[in-house]
Design a protein around this ligand. Structure first.
Ligand code: GDG
Length: 475
């Protein structure tokens, strides 16, 4: 069996059953344990000087290969082009895009350097699966180093419409680099369509849907395939975590503080793409328009810090602090705090238990590749008495979770209405919606996501490898 080589910006710090293991980390790690292989990426260390060295750590059949980044590389590749250019552009925030040619050069340089570090560790029949926007030029860099292995890429964030992508000056180089992969995976069909649209209308390439469901792409002298692979979770494991935590201390504390009031729950990295300010305002609008809800419901927003050294993230933090203070100042009473805004990380099991103890899951990103929190919230519910999911139409998860109350995250009144509907939804309707969504989550769990991608990568690999030879033979 071929080894699987996972390449991602960060190598997830996995301890079995550990607190920080998210859906992606668990899914990918399970795949690695089954096939044996390696997980390669940045260690998270930033070095002031010197020559970063790869550190290899064996855990069973899996090798973790990590390497530090020099300060300048971190600034240009990670902080700069990845998170100040690509992240806002791919989340449709052209207004926040900062572009610096030197940062793009640093991004390309670090991709090439990382690829060179990986090459000596590769075997001929390894299958390589690269993850996310930090590593768009990675296959091109591996090919330049002579690597012939099958290489797949999965984009965890949205692929933007062409008119938005054009705001990124090296858009053409980026799409050309993507075409060096054998298989491209997107979260949803709209992302795949946006990519195909660029290929046809901007790159002068062609796309064709094949009988196997994959889209065949020809552009920049390359032939590759692309498909949509919505990432999932393990719903039954989350349900078990949530059930186990039902009587735990965090839930008891929450309930004793609520005194029977209802609770709306949100969990997001503190990121401007998550629609937090609009969400706070919609909760305020609910209190505004429905006096009967005052002192009857609290909204808990858990928002752990992320990328706090970037200006746009400092800005969203300040805005959120101002909004929660303003709204609480306006509505709080001696015995009731409307918004609990918590800028801290919690253990995964605690989050699952809190999801189960809440009446509404409030997930309203302005744009999101998938949004695992939406799937985790549903998974964690009590099957006898489930809460209601209020979900942005711009989260990839909305393509699957039709049992949610789907909202436009810019429509403050619409979201306030949806919150009101969710808080008063009868049990029979909650049950029907929950069962519908759980069936979907079980059918497309994270193993299915991984296996579909790996199966297709296996197929296109054979096709890609044999095609040029065949054509040469026929020509
Ligand atoms: C990217 C894409 C796509 C959050 N707070 C805590 C915590 N979390 C966990 C959640 C969830 C994960 O982090 C966040 O995943 P999301 O999918 O919601 O969002 P991104 O981080 O933006 O992820 C996204 C995803 O990749 C996978 O493809 O869905 O669209 O943007 O699992 O539960 N976990 C713990 N403590 C916290 O305080 N332990």
């Amino acid at each position: 069996m071929s080894r699987l080589i996972i390449v991602s910006n960060r190598v997830a710090p996995i301890s079995e059953g550990g607190p920080a293991a998210g859906g992606l980390a668990v899914g990918v790690y399970d795949a690695l344990k089954e096939t044996g292989g390696m997980w390669f990426g940045w260690s998270g260390d930033v070095l002031a000087s010197g020559q970063p060295q790869i550190v290899l750590e064996e855990r069973g059949a899996v090798t973790f290969a990590t390497i530090g980044l020099l300060r300048r590389d971190y600034d240009q590749y990670y902080r700069g082009f990845s998170n100040a250019t690509l992240w806002p552009a791919f989340h449709y925030r052209a207004d926040l895009v900062q572009y610096d040619r030197h940062e793009y050069e640093g991004y390309s340089r670090v991709n090439a350097w990382l690829a060179q570090q990986l090459v000596p560790l590769l075997r001929e029949d390894d299958v390589i699966w690269v993850h996310d926007y930090h590593l768009i030029p990675f296959a091109q860099a591996l090919r330049a180093a002579g690597v012939k292995n099958r290489i797949g890429f999965f984009l965890h964030i949205p692929f933007p419409a062409s008119q938005v992508l054009l705001a990124v000056p090296p858009h053409r180089e980026l799409v050309q680099a993507l075409c060096a992969f054998d298989l491209l995976g997107f979260q949803t069909r709209p992302d795949l369509r946006a990519f195909c649209d660029y290929i046809v209308n901007e790159a002068g390439g062609t796309t064709a849907l094949q009988p196997d469901g994959l889209t065949r792409i020809e552009a920049f002298g390359q032939t590759l395939c692309a498909g949509d692979y919505p990432i999932g979770v393990y719903p039954d494991e989350i349900a078990e975590l949530a059930r186990a935590g039902e009587r735990g201390k965090p839930v008891r504390t929450l309930k004793s503080t609520l005194h029977g009031r209802k609770v709306i729950m949100s969990v997001d990295r503190l990121d401007y793409s998550k629609g937090l300010v609009e969400r706070f305002r919609a909760f305020e609008r609910l209190l505004d328009h429905t006096p009967a809800q005052r002192n009857k419901v609290s909204f808990v927003q858990i928002a752990p810090p992320t990328r706090a050294d970037l200006h746009a993230y400092q800005d969203i933090r300040l805005r959120l602090e101002a909004e929660s203070g303003r709204i609480n100042g306006r509505y709080a009473e001696l015995d009731w705090t409307p918004i609990w805004y918590i800028h801290r990380q919690y253990e995964r099991a605690v989050l699952a238990a809190l999801f189960r103890a809440s009446n509404v899951g409030y997930v309203t990103p302005l744009r999101d590749g998938m949004n695992l929190v939406a799937k985790e919230y549903v998974s964690a519910q009590d099957p006898e008495d489930p809460g209601v999911l209020v979900l942005s139409r711009f989260a990839g998860a909305a393509q699957e979770l039709s049992g949610a109350l789907i909202v436009n995250p810019l429509d403050i009144d619409g979201m306030a209405d949806a919150l009101g509907t969710a808080l008063s939804m009868p049990l029979a309707e909650r049950l029907a919606r929950y069962q519908d969504m759980m069936a979907q989550l079980r059918e497309n769990n994270v193993s299915v996501w991984r296996d579909r991608f790996m199966r297709d990568l296996g197929r296109v690999g054979v096709r890609q490898a044999s095609l040029p030879a065949l054509e040469r033979a026929q020509g």
